[in-house]
Design a binder for this molecule. Structure first.
Ligand SMILES: Nc1ncnc2c1ncn2[C@@H]1O[C@H](COP(=O)(O)OP(=O)(O)O)[C@@H](O)[C@H]1O
Ligand SMILES: CC(=O)N[C@@H](CCC(=O)OP(=O)(O)O)C(=O)O
Length: 289
């Protein structure tokens, strides 16, 4: 197990711990929702750094809530079983057989793996999905093509999250919800994280992915964006693919009361701490203005 003593020189760009202290204490009591994407879960070192960061946040009085993805891992498991996957607007068409595999991968494998990483760093995590404690009740996503068991959060009951956080533990949530009649639904992990950030009154939403943040047409990092600027980038065709729903989630979050949403590279060591505790920051920060 690594030491949790923060290295002020490395992490906080401060000369002394005293200089770093105001940064550390600034967010005490706040809730941060951290979405760890399937693409960001690269190697073991990245996972260890991620878990270490989450544990450190808890140590300094922040309530981290982890929401994880697992798209590539679900894809691999489906392929191994000879089940074809199809996406419509970035959402996986989910029939009963696909849902079974997705739940096995998300709730059974990835969720518990993240709980183990956090335990290895000295933290206490509780792995759940949106079904537990009826955390997330969904409505079926309506689309021209029937997407099957794909849901979007309709009603969120945060009591289970509050209970876990207040007990000094870290909730780790798989992007699965319960339908009105108790059926299991697949939810896009970004959407799930955004909805939980709004429902918990989170101060920050972090979306950890596999790029440095939002890049402009010359591939330079855009460090700050407003919803108006995002709309402009979409018109210019600079934002495509998976970045579109990601930024829509950020806009929904900040319009829903989250102070800022940040897209950053989960493969970079301690990217989240650098963003939170240094003046330079990391990734792309989305704010209302
Ligand atoms: N302007 C842009 N800046 C950065 N990434 C972009 C941009 N436009 C599209 N992308 C794509 O969005 C991807 C991130 O979305 P996605 O693959 O859905 O992430 P995740 O699996 O982590 O949720 C990047 O890897 C990149 O290929
Ligand atoms: C409905 C839907 O598409 N659900 C996603 C849930 C996982 C996810 O979103 O994972 P990433 O963040 O790693 O992409 C899926 O089945 O892939």
């Amino acid at each position: 197990m690594k030491s949790h003593a923060p290295d002020p020189a490395l992490l906080f760009k401060a000369e002394t711990l005293a200089e770093a202290l105001p940064y550390l204490q600034r967010y005490a009591g706040a809730t941060f929702v951290v979405k760890y994407g399937g693409h960001a879960m690269g190697d073991a070192d990245a996972a260890e750094d991620f878990a270490e960061d989450v544990v450190l946040l808890k140590h300094v009085g922040i309530n981290p809530i982890v929401v994880h993805g697992g798209g590539p891992q679900i894809g691999a498991a489906l392929k191994a079983q000879g089940i074809e996957s199809r996406f419509v607007n970035g959402l996986r068409v989910t029939d009963k057989a696909t849902m079974k595999v997705a739940e096995m991968v998300l709730s059974g494998a990835i969720n518990k793996e993240i709980v183990s990483w956090i335990a290895a760093e000295g933290g206490r995590a509780v792995g759940i999905s949106g079904k537990d404690g009826r955390l997330v009740t969904v409505r079926k996503v309506q689309s021209e093509d029937d997407l099957g068991f794909v849901g979007e959060p309709d009603d969120i009951d945060t009591r289970i999250l509050d209970t876990i956080s207040k007990a000094g533990m870290i909730p780790v949530v798989a992007p699965i919800g319960v339908g009105p009649d108790g059926e299991t639904y697949n939810i896009n992990a970004d959407t799930m994280a955004g909805a939980l950030a709004i429902a918990t009154g989170a101060e920050r939403l972090f979306l950890l992915t596999d790029v440095a943040g939002v890049l402009d047409k010359d591939k330079n990092l855009l460090s700050d964006l407003t919803p108006v600027e995002i709309a402009q980038l979409r018109v210019e065709g600079v934002i495509t693919g998976g970045m579109i729903p990601k930024l829509e989630t950020c806009i929904d979050a900040v319009e829903g009361g989250v102070d800022a949403a940040v897209i950053l590279d989960g493969r970079v060591p301690h990217a989240m701490l650098i963003e939170i505790f240094t003046k330079e920051g990391a990734g792309t920060l989305v704010r209302l203005a």
